[in-house]
Every structure is written in C-alpha cells, then in structure tokens.
Design a binder for this molecule. Structure first.
Ligand code: ADP
Ligand code: MG
Length: 240
C-alpha cells in the first residue's frame, strides 16, 4: 500500500529524511516512534504529499508520488489524516464539519453525505453530537469528530500524527479505543504516537526514527523487550 525506496528529503540544505526504506501492506498498522525532530511528521506528510520528496521512490496505492501523471487530489481522497490539533471549523456543526469535504471534493449529495457522516459518528461513539458545535465538545470528542471526518472520505489509508498529544490524560483512552477499532476493521494505518501501550497492543510493526533515519523496524514485542539499537533503548528508557 505504501512503499518508500531510498527516499531522501531536504528542507534547503537540511536533510530531514535520509535513505528511508519502508513497506506497508494493506491492513497493516505501523507505529512510528522517535525523539522530537527526528522526522516523523515529515515522513507522514510525504505520504499524502503535503511534503514532496527530494529523491528516491515513494509509491502509495500503486501510484508513484513524484510523478506528473499522479493526480494529487485523487490520491488525497484515498488518505485520511488526523493531526494533534483537530482543526475543526468552529462556526460549523459536527455534521457540517464532517460532510464538507465529501460534498465539495467528492460532489456527494448532502443527504448521502449526512448519512455517511452519521455512520462514522456512530463508529466513533458520538452520534448524539451531530448538531453540536466544536466548542461544545471535549477535546477527546473533538478528536473523534476529526477521525470521523477523515473516515467520511472512505480512505484506504489513515495517517495519525500524535492524535492524543494535545488531549487531557482522561481523554486519551477514548481516542485510542476508536483507533483500535479501526485497526481491527482492517484499516491501513501509520501512526506517530508516544502512546507505547497502543503501539505494543495494536501495531504490527514499530518503526524507530532518529535524525531522519529509520534505525530499527521490529515487531512490538521484540522492540519493547529488546530493542536492537542503543538509541532506541535510550529513547524507551525516557518514555516508558
Ligand atoms: P518530528 O515529527 O519527529 O518531531 P519533524 O518531521 O516535524 O520531526 O521535523 C524534523 C526536522 O525537520 C526538525 O529538525 C524540524 O525543525 C525540521 N523541519 C520540519 N519542517 C520543516 C520545514 N518546513 N522547513 C524546514 N525545516 C523543517
Ligand atoms: Mg511531529
């Protein structure tokens, strides 16, 4: 579903990603961990081409990302992204926030978009909030709306960039639970998170990054019990 081959990415003179090689199959959940500034967000953002790679090959759902023939708007419809900050429109209801992109980008009728939105609001456990405004919701509920909004485009891939980092501790669990359900349903997911419990329980693989490189790629049990790299060991000793 996603394939990085010898991918490099520069911001001017600064090399942010170095020789990234990573294969993610359909239905896999890959958790990316590593210190702040190691390139995790940039790696995710390359997948939906919020950032362009400098060289190497990046394929997403059989399409080459750095090719003129690839329609980026079509590609983005296949990929949902959830950020640390939920970025809901404050002047729109939950339902309007979720249906905006399907109506505008996919040209789906309001009735059908509403039906789809309600399906995903049920899935994230807050169908009763459809007519509320974001300010009337808790942080955890707002993030669940953001996930429903991503799902409403019926993507093949969901990217999560520290989705629980801005939440109060008591709300982290409800968002992780929604993500676990998605994983069980077979969604292909790439998740940047510091929630090591989630990584342990849900990930098929853990990818450890440092200074723009993938230093280790392991099954969670192996990664957490016996990391191969000293830097991964040091990182774990700080976050666990
Ligand atoms: P992480 O998500 O692991 O914290 P990032 O991918 O956000 O790391 O950033 C990796 C490095 O790239 C950091 O040193 C950051 O300052 C730098 N960086 C990120 N975005 C840009 C940008 N648009 N221009 C220049 N440097 C950037
Ligand atoms: Mg980041």
């Amino acid at each position: 579903m996603i394939s990085f081959k010898h991918v490099n990415k520069h911001f001017g003179d600064f090399q942010v990603l170095t020789d990234i090689n990573l294969e993610i199959k359909e239905g896999e959940v890959v958790v990316v961990v590593g210190p702040s500034g190691s390139g995790k967000s940039t790696l995710l953002r390359c997948i939906n081409r919020l950032e362009t790679i400098t060289d190497g090959e990046l394929m997403v759902n059989k399409k080459l990302l750095n090719s003129k023939d690839t329609n980026i708007n079509d590609l983005r419809k296949e990929i949902g992204m959830v950020f640390q900050h939920f970025n809901l429109y404050p002047h729109m209801t939950v339902l309007e926030n979720i249906t905006l992109a399907p109506r505008k980008a996919l040209g789906i009728s309001t009735a059908e978009a509403n039906e789809t939105a309600m399906f995903y609001l049920n899935k994230v456990g807050i169908p009763d909030k459809a007519d509320s405004y974001p300010s009337q919701l808790s942080g955890g509920q707002q993030q669940r709306v953001a996930i429903a909004r991503g799902l409403a485009l019926k993507p093949h891939i969901m990217l999560f960039d520290e989705p629980t980092s801005a939440l109060d501790p008591e709300m982290i669990g409800e968002v992780l639970d929604v993500m676990k359900t998605l994983a069980k349903d077979g969604m292909t997911m790439v998740v940047v998170t510091h929630e090591m419990g989630f990584a342990h329980e849900v990930a098929n693989r853990v990818v450890f990054m440092d200074h723009g490189r993938i230093l280790e790629e392991s099954e969670p049990a192996a990664f957490f019990s016996n990391p191969k790299e000293d830097r991964a060991r040091l990182f774990l000793s700080r976050v666990l």
